[in-house]
Design a protein around this ligand. Structure first.
Ligand SMILES: [Zn+2]
Length: 448
């Protein structure tokens, strides 16, 4: 009897130990001091030969090597010759629909979304916002449940956006948002979103070159008004200058694309100047792919094959090769206008944030990789590398109210990327990743 009790106790003890190990965050409670790297802090400073201490998933001390006092017993990691920057944040993604080369609603499963979040993490993306095309309550659970055992990018979400019936995002995402026809419906849907504690409200204001109905000003004003009474911000998908102006006059809180039909003009800049919080995500990646039929050189980089499957790469090459010279000419003209608008907004000091549209219809499914190519497009459009990095870290984190991400400072989440080369000299160096740490834990990088 006693023996069996002892055996049972031993079993319980063993089980308890296992459970503890399984439940404990993989963060080492001991301090680790990282020394010698050039540190891009994300708040505009660069510290050469830095030192910073990470403990319990948090930066506890950040400064110059020799000045930072590591706690006794701290492990030392030598980062001499490396550059460290904050992990990235993407304000505009579409989770769940891409799986390999397929793009379908039935891909919206827990397993697939977790796989995407891990791919983001692999390339140093600490958090992503899902822009209004979610199905079921999966993304809300991934956002809220502290027991969700995933080490990937954090999720923020608009859950389901709003558009006229059957006139929102491109298929297969088209039926995911609310279809709204009346002000009453619009207000009721926003109240439902408020009850779900969405992070923002997404609307589509786009007739897709005259092929679908556009959300009317009466409806988007009702949506914005109702959202604001619930302390929710409204971020809009737009295409035209006229819509951007009217949305600004109607109180919209941010834009998830840049105006692409015309040049940004003084009137728009004046409206933006009056509302300095209004931001744009640039989503240059998708449009850039339409401007050529030769595959971009980055498709041959080793790092892309580590986190993007071969069928996705093959599919992109194929779709690019099929573009006609006439289509390319039009696309180049549009892309140049888009890039000039980005430069104008940047010169006017309008907040610009990383947003790629990855996972959506035009930007493909290179989760995590796309963010780095977008940075390169941002620099080609006129941002300095330091501005592009700020857009992808501090600004993007601020928009999503992820206050402990986006900068490297004491008290913030220890989410950072260790690079083999300096991205301030060449922005493509953000792809020369040596290590990624999210929330204090190193992301395994021995895929393939
Ligand atoms: Zn989108």
């Amino acid at each position: 009897m006693l023996a069996s009790i002892a055996r049972a106790a031993a079993l319980i003890a063993t089980w308890c130990a296992c459970a503890l190990v399984a439940q404990a965050p993989r963060t080492d409670a001991r301090a680790v001091v990282f020394e010698g790297a050039r540190l891009i802090t994300g708040d505009g400073r660069v510290i050469e030969r830095s030192a910073f201490v990470v403990q319990d998933g948090t930066f506890t001390s950040v400064g110059r090597q020799g000045e930072v006092k590591p706690p006794p017993g701290a492990t030392h990691v030598d980062l001499a010759g490396k550059t460290v920057m904050p992990a990235l944040v993407d304000v505009h993604t579409h989770l769940g629909y891409r799986k390999g080369a397929t793009f379908a609603a039935e891909n919206f499963t827990r397993e697939n979304v977790l796989d995407e979040l891990n791919r983001f993490a692999y390339y140093g993306v600490a958090a992503v916002a899902s822009a209004g095309t979610d199905r079921g309550d999966l993304t809300l659970r991934l956002r809220d449940d502290p027991d969700v055992p995933h080490r990937g990018a954090l999720v923020r979400t608009a859950w389901r956006g709003l558009a006229p019936p059957g006139a929102g995002p491109n298929p297969p995402m088209r039926d995911a948002p609310y279809g709204v026809s009346t002000e009453e419906e619009a207000r009721r849907d926003v109240r439902e979103l408020a009850a779900k504690h969405v992070d923002f409200v997404k609307i589509w204001v786009d007739d897709r070159n005259g092929t679908v109905a556009k959300l009317s000003p009466v409806l988007y004003r009702a949506i914005i008004g109702e959202a604001h009474t619930h302390n929710l911000r409204v971020f809009a998908h737009i295409a035209t200058l006229a819509d951007a102006k009217d949305l600004l006059r109607s109180g919209v809180d941010g834009f998830l694309h840049v105006v692409r039909d015309r040049a940004v003009d003084e009137e728009l800049l004046a409206l933006l100047k009056a509302r300095p919080q209004i931001f744009f995500t640039l989503t240059l990646f998708g449009p850039s792919l339409t401007t050529d039929n030769a595959a971009p050189a980055w498709l041959d980089e080793t790092a892309i094959r580590e986190g993007v499957s071969p069928d996705v790469i093959a599919q992109l090459k194929e779709s690019m090769a099929s573009r006609t010279p006439a289509a390319i000419e039009i696309a180049r003209e549009e892309f140049q206008r888009l890039a000039r608008n980005v430069a104008t907004l940047n010169a006017a000091g309008v907040p610009l944030a990383l947003g790629t549209d990855v996972g959506g219809a035009s930007a493909g499914g290179m989760f995590g990789w796309t963010e780095h190519i977008e940075l390169e497009h941002m620099v080609a459009a006129g941002l300095t590398p330091a501005q592009a990095i700020a857009a992808a870290t501090r600004t993007a984190a601020g928009i999503l109210r992820l206050d402990d991400l986006g900068t490297i400072a004491a008290g913030r989440s220890a989410s950072f990327i260790v690079l083999d080369a300096n991205p301030l000299e060449r922005i493509a160096n953000t792809r020369r990743i040596a290590r990624v740490y999210l929330r204090g834990v190193e992301v395994g990088r021995n895929r393939n």
